[in-house]
Design a protein around this ligand. Structure first.
Ligand code: HEM
Length: 409
């Protein structure tokens, strides 16, 4: 058994992880992630926290049925106050029950039926951009699409959601796991969560008295028929869908387009070969994982990368590093349009595999396909792209482009 990774002392492991969490790293975290991967598994806080970053170790953790997703089962998370939990932090059997109810809204059939509406919404976004010579790929294109889709799905009036755009970004910082790398600035995340829950409580009341056939009305009805969604579960599920269904897709669309625009040959290739769009979207997921990591709680003694890990240990699983592991993906830092990586872990693995995967994929595919087809020779405005502070839901805040024209629909 070894208690620290061979390359670094515990203190160095902490410094390395702190470097990754540093805001200066947001624009390009991949060099530090490569160093973390080389040195992994990292051991911090005297063995209370282990960081895995190699592809095989990450897969092993994600697929291990003996782990828990509740951070309060770890020694470092023991002080986290109990709060309304979402699917992400639930374990079986409660997780199984809630997931079964919610997954009815995300079957391939339901999602396929949404595609024409997604095409229509993308068309309307280009109408709004008009003939502007410069526009912002994030704010004018990537943000409004998933926001509108999630509103229509849940039955939230769009003008009410707009007030929540900022709340949703702040709320996403809950997933930066403050107890792993303390950051006073993310205290706002819990306040944002409170604002969101208060709004949703009122919205649920409205759907109770006036059902409209939306997912929210359906989930409310399930609760009312004496089935298994309690109000706490209902609120947590809606908050998760608003958060998980929004920022992740915004970041996937903007990072995939960012990679393509930075490589004009790849951009033109995709324009000429739209059949490669699904492959480009998978490569976008692998290359800049919109969810960079997840946390697991070890419940039984286990061995991870040669390290003996005891129950109560928190394990940080770095999807973003695993997806660039050169042992698994040749030339991992290159964005290769036709790589079609079917085995990346950007959508997780095991029982928490992303419930909205099909929806996220179809939104991104339509957005990328239409963008590449219509926007002629775009170039990034030099020095104008900026990233959000979120570590886990990492993504661009703004990405202005200039172009040589936008073709009609
Ligand atoms: C398109 C980009 C997306 C990415 C990269 C992504 C990524 C992820 C990841 C990594 C997880 C699992 C975290 C873990 O293992 O602990 C997850 C779970 C989840 N995602 Fe997504 N997601 C995306 C889109 C969506 C969309 C569009 C929705 C819904 C509207 C959604 C809803 C969910 C839900 C409900 C869960 C919880 C599943 C569970 O815990 O059983 N996601 N997502």
């Amino acid at each position: 058994m070894r208690l620290v990774s061979p390359a670094l002392s515990g203190t160095d492991d902490h410094a390395l992880l702190a470097e990754y969490f540093d805001p200066a790293c947001r624009a390009d975290p991949y060099p530090v992630l490569a160093r973390i991967r080389e040195a992994s598994p990292l051991v911090l806080h005297g063995g209370d926290l282990v960081v895995v970053a190699r592809y095989d170790h990450c897969r092993q953790m994600l697929r291990d049925p003996s782990t828990s997703n509740d951070p309060r089962n770890t020694r470092i998370g023991a002080d986290i106050p109990p709060r309304q939990e979402s699917l992400l932090f639930l374990d079986p059997p409660v997780h199984t029950r809630v997931r079964r109810l919610v997954s009815k809204a995300f079957t391939p059939r339901v999602v396929a039926a949404l595609e024409p509406r997604i095409v229509e919404l993308v068309g309307a976004l280009f109408d709004r951009i008009g003939d502007a010579e410069e526009f912002d790929v994030v704010r004018d294109f990537a943000v409004p699409l998933p926001m509108q889709i999630i509103c229509e799905l849940l039955g939230i009036p769009l003008e009410e959601y707009r007030d929540f755009e900022n709340v949703a970004h702040l709320f996403g910082r809950v997933l930066d796991f403050h107890h792993i790398m303390p950051n006073p600035e993310i205290g706002e995340a819990e306040a944002a969560r409170g604002t969101l829950i208060a709004y949703l409580r009122e919205l649920i009341q409205r759907h109770r008295s006036r059902p409209d056939g939306s997912l929210l009305s359906h989930l409310v009805a399930v609760e009312e028929q004496g089935d298994t969604l309690s109000e706490v579960e209902l609120l947590a599920t809606c908050a998760l869908l608003m958060g998980a269904g929004f920022d992740t897709t915004v970041n996937l669309v903007s990072s995939t387009l960012g990679s393509l625009i930075s490589d004009p040959a790849a951009y033109r290739r995709l324009r000429d070969r739209p059949d490669l769009v699904p492959s480009a979207v998978e490569e976008g997921l692998r290359h800049e994982s919109p969810v960079q990591f997840a946390l697991r709680s070890v419940m039984q003694p286990t061995t991870l990368g040669g390290l003996d890990v005891t129950p109560g240990t928190a394990v940080l699983v770095l999807f973003a590093a695993a997806n660039r592991d050169p042992e698994h993906f040749p030339e991992p830092d290159r964005f290769v349009v036709d790589r079609a990586p079917s085995d990346h872990v950007a959508l997780s693995a095991g029982i928490h595999y992303c419930l909205g995967a099909a929806l996220g994929r179809v939104e991104a595919a339509v957005a990328v396909r239409e963008f590449v087809r219509r926007v002629q020779d775009p170039v990034l405005v030099p020095g104008a792209t900026a990233f959000r502070e979120n570590v886990n839901l990492r993504g661009r805040d703004t990405m202005p482009v200039r172009h040589r024209g936008i073709l009609p629909a």
